[in-house]
Design a protein around this ligand. Sequence first.
Ligand code: ADP
Length: 449
Amino acid sequence: MSHCENQGQSLPGHNHNPHHNGSASTAPEARPGLSTSGGCPSPSDKPQNPAQTNNHYTHRRAESSGDHLKAIIENVVEGIISIDDHGIIESINPAALRIFGYTSEELIGQNVKMLMPEPYRGHHDGYLHAYRQTGEARIISKGREVLGRRKNGEVFPMDLAVGEVNLPGRRLFTGIIRDISERKNSEIHVRQLARSLQEKNQELESVVYIASHDLRSPLVNIQGFSIELSHSCRRLTQLLDSSKLSEPALQNELDTILKEEIPEALEFIFAGVNKMDGLLSGFLKFSRLGRVSMDQRCLDLNSLIREVLSAMKYQIQQKSARIETGYLPECCADHLQLSQVFTNLIDNALKYSDPDRAPRISIYSEESPHENEIIVVVQDNGVGIRPEHLEKIFDVFFRLQPHEGIGEGLGLAIAKRIVHRLGGRIWVDSSVNEGSRFFLALPIQSDNG
Ligand code: ADP
């Protein structure tokens, strides 16, 4: 768009600018470069004599320079808003009107705080007042990321740079605004992708580890006892082929092979097959989790915990466990998946209780140092976990007491995977012989708002 096409447009609220024509300190100085490109003189504009010519060109230069700046302000993609030192909007350019969804009539003369969400809206008059009193600036002359509020109530992130303009007898503040919602959304998307990639990578590493260690040990057993079995079968065939079948020594040997060696080898082979079967179904269960879609919404955790405890009533009674629950704030999660997490944690608290005392389990919330998340704690007075195992217990198939035959080493890996998919975190703090505290940080709002 050429400069000439913009002549006659004006910045809302600036229609009666007393400093127009470059006569006051705030009006931009006429610069030859600007006037040549923006003046568009026509042959009929020609002045009559040299003195007139000078005046005429100075006047035209200032005028066209002002018009040039106006045209820029009108057409920049950034929103520009100027307010007085009480926060009253004096001018606003079309980009800012588009960003906030208002017309200039709705905004000029209004307090700029109407473009901010709470709690900033409530604090803004106070900031301006403090600045008038102390001159101590929080944002002036600095750029920062803040939140804006559109006419339709939508809160969005924006970059804001505020400058101060000192006019004779008063001052203005100019805010330059860029709506960064799209950039933020892509950042969130990239973060989600990175997180899921990292998770997938870790899982892949565990899968490789398990395939090479855990699956190998039952395989070695199956292989060894299959060789034993084939030896026994070969000996059996040789004995049956021999003609001395009625001799008592031969009867004894047959008895040993048929009643001891073969059943023992088969027993080990079955155990190995069962173990592999368990590991492979565990794998399947775990990998399916990644494909389950999450229905993330605001949840009342108090009722969720009540449901989980009621479903586990039998186990709780069997262990004579005492359960205490504190008030839990709302969070944003998938009901079914989060119930699974709490079920696993409470199940472990019952399983790994100290045989010398009745289990006591407390579920309560703690304040988080981070915005937009809550922390829920599941505390037990069980056997506890040694410091070197605190991280490992979240690995797939990691068990501390595999010989005792309880658990399959999946409960915490599943809990961790669900919590990460919900955008949260899980960790543990424990003292051996005293008990453990499992912490769940859960989002109050989903990543998509
Ligand atoms: P499992 O299904 O074997 O219980 P988990 O993944 O749930 O597997 O737990 C992994 C290991 O972490 C368990 O073998 C156990 O040793 C330890 N563990 C989990 N929860 C607790 C707890 N509350 N107290 C003590 N140890 C625990």
